[in-house]
Design a protein around this ligand. Structure first.
Ligand code: PEP
Ligand code: MG
Length: 540
């Protein structure tokens, strides 16, 4: 039995099997070898194993998503046999007498860099594939398991850390809980855990070699503990508490269909945050009044190339249609910072959170932006859609956005494609936007306050840095005063104002938000009914 403590991201308790997820970017060490032939034989075996794994993935993908989408695994198989790639690895092993893992990792990095610098967009996108096959080879050489999450039974995901692109690929129905060694409570993986209503513990001082896939564990997100290989007594106790938690959740269900109204008749909209089309199920299940934040960048993650206009249009249309007339606020892509995508070729930055991200990419690379706007304007014909732009700092930026919007309109008009320019709002998540919110309110339709980034930028605390969790205080007077200021400035111009950062679901502040006059709170679907309860009990 192994009992460890961590920081709670989402409360709840589960008992189930572990699925151990090893990182893609393995720590590869350079070691000297004495027998190059033996090393080449090891490499050959790892290659054969990779071919078999890819064949399995291809067969499964053909059945599930069709031949076109499965083709990527064939491309990987071909790349694994590429003479230039293999020669480079073989040469390195023979001439430098180094271990195969190191030769593969270095060659993978070199080839990936080479592809990334090519002019042709298709070749550029292959950089991620070379990295992928090299990681697969290294994993096989190290004897690490290729965890197939698609085949697993519902499990507790245990990992060193999880990136948004890793979590986005998981089948959410099969995740019982997250337990990670690293990660901060404001990361997107934490946000995802809240959205899915699953217990999550981060910062657990775990040696991943001590646990294995299939091992039983109890994740106690109420006490911030995880117990691997628990005794029967502990399991039985946990099962009782699982039952109690379910009872509490059942009680919340009685609030479905009820109004978000205080004892004194004040109302507020409670919407939900989502990251993909499949999350709409959680929104409906929890009776949210709309979607206040669809993080559209998740459509761009976990893939090799940009989603096309058609793919995006289908996704947005599906969401607005499923919401059947209820408001759906789609945020334009917020790539960058912790949400990295290889094919964007953003390059390394010293300070990514303050770097080339979100609207900055859209204004600098309008082609990417226009494709998304076209898809959004077309989808607006099918329901109650609103658009919002992230990371705004000035009136000038909004004006530049409107210029791109005008170009997109002209193009769609000329092509006689039906569309509608919907309500357009902005996220208030930089102190600069707060300070000019009086002017911004005059030119946009609404504000949605992103307290996650607003806290990060106001308090100068990196939201990704777990060491700073104690300093990340969204209850800071500075933040609360900013929210009040933004709300007042919005209302002076007759515009509505919402909160879509995690603070919106903070039940300690629900009354205060109502007093401030906030019109909408957009929260994780799992929090909708809890916030409704707090509103109905509020003395405002
Ligand atoms: C925010 O910053 O509060 C927000 C809602 O956006 P994200 O968490 O996606 O950065
Ligand atoms: Mg943000």
């Amino acid at each position: 039995m192994l009992k460890l403590s961590g920081k709670v991201v989402y409360k709840g308790i589960v008992v189930g099997p572990v699925a151990l997820l090893k990182k893609d970017d393995q720590q590869v060490k350079r070691t000297k070898i004495t027998d190059a032939d033996a090393e080449l034989a090891r490499l050959g075996k790892a290659g054969e194993q990779a071919q078999a794994q890819l064949q399995k993935l291809y067969d499964k993908a053909v059945k599930e998503v069709g031949e076109a989408s499965a083709a990527i695994f064939e491309v990987h198989q071909m790349m694994l046999e590429d003479d230039d790639y293999l020669d480079a690895i073989h040469n390195m092993i023979r001439t430098e007498m180094v271990n195969a893992e190191y030769a593969v990792a270095v060659t993978g990095d070199n080839f990936s860099e080479m592809f990334a610098n090519m002019d042709d967009d298709y070749m550029k996108a292959r950089a991620a594939d070379v990295k992928d096959i090299s990681n697969r080879l290294v994993r096989n050489l190290m004897g690490q398991e290729d965890v197939d999450l698609t085949d697993m039974e519902p499990s507790i995901i245990v990992a060193d850390d999880l990136s948004p692109s890793e979590t986005v690929q998981m089948d959410k129905k099969k995740i019982l809980a997250f337990v990670t060694v690293h990660g901060s409570s404001n990361s997107h993986t934490a946000i995802l855990a809240r959205m899915m209503n699953i217990p999550a513990l981060i910062g657990v001082p775990l040696n991943l070699d001590e646990v294995y896939t299939g091992m039983k564990a109890v994740v106690d997100g109420l006490n911030g503990e995880v117990i691997f290989d628990p005794s029967e007594e502990i399991c039985a106790e946990a099962e009782v508490r699982v039952g109690e938690e379910q009872e509490k959740l059942k009680l919340l269900q009685t609030l479905k269909g009820k109004d978000n109204v205080t004892l004194f008749g004040k109302t507020i909209d409670i919407y939900a945050n989502i990251g993909s089309v499949s999350d709409v199920g959680y929104v409906l299940e929890n009776d949210a009044g709309g979607i206040g934040l669809f993080r559209s960048e998740f459509l761009y993650l976990g893939r090799d190339n940009f989603p096309t206009e058609e793919e995006q249009f289908q996704a947005y249309r599906q969401v607005v249609q499923m919401m059947a007339g209820k408001k759906v606020v789609i945020r334009t892509l917020d790539i960058g910072a912790d949400k990295q995508v290889d094919y964007f070729n953003l390059g390394k930055e010293d300070n990514p959170a303050m770097g080339y991200r979100a609207i900055r990419i859209c204004l600098k690379q309008p082609d990417i932006f226009k494709t998304q706007l076209r898809a959004l304007f077309r989808a607006a014909m099918y329901g109650n859609l609103s658009i919002m732009y992230p990371m705004i700092t000035s009136v000038e930026e909004v004006k530049k956005i409107y210029e791109v919007v005008a170009q997109v309109r002209a193009e769609l008009d000329e092509q006689q494609i039906p569309y509608k320019v919907p309500e357009q709002g902005i996220m208030i998540e930089t102190p600069a936007a707060v300070m000019v919110s009086d002017e911004l309110a005059e030119i946009v339709d609404f504000f949605s306050i992103g307290t996650n980034d607003l806290t990060q930028y106001t308090l100068a605390v990196d939201r990704q840095n777990a060491k700073l969790d104690d300093f990340y205080n969204p209850h800071h007077k500075a933040i609360l005063r900013m929210i009040q200021m933004v709300a007042d400035n919005a209302h002076k111009c007759g515009k509505w104002v919402g909160i879509c950062g995690e603070l919106g679901a903070d039940l300690e502040l629900t009354e205060e938000f109502l007093r401030m006059g906030i019109d909408e709170l957009s929260v994780a679907p799992s929090m909708v009914l809890k916030v409704r309860k707090a509103v109905r009990e509020a003395d405002v």
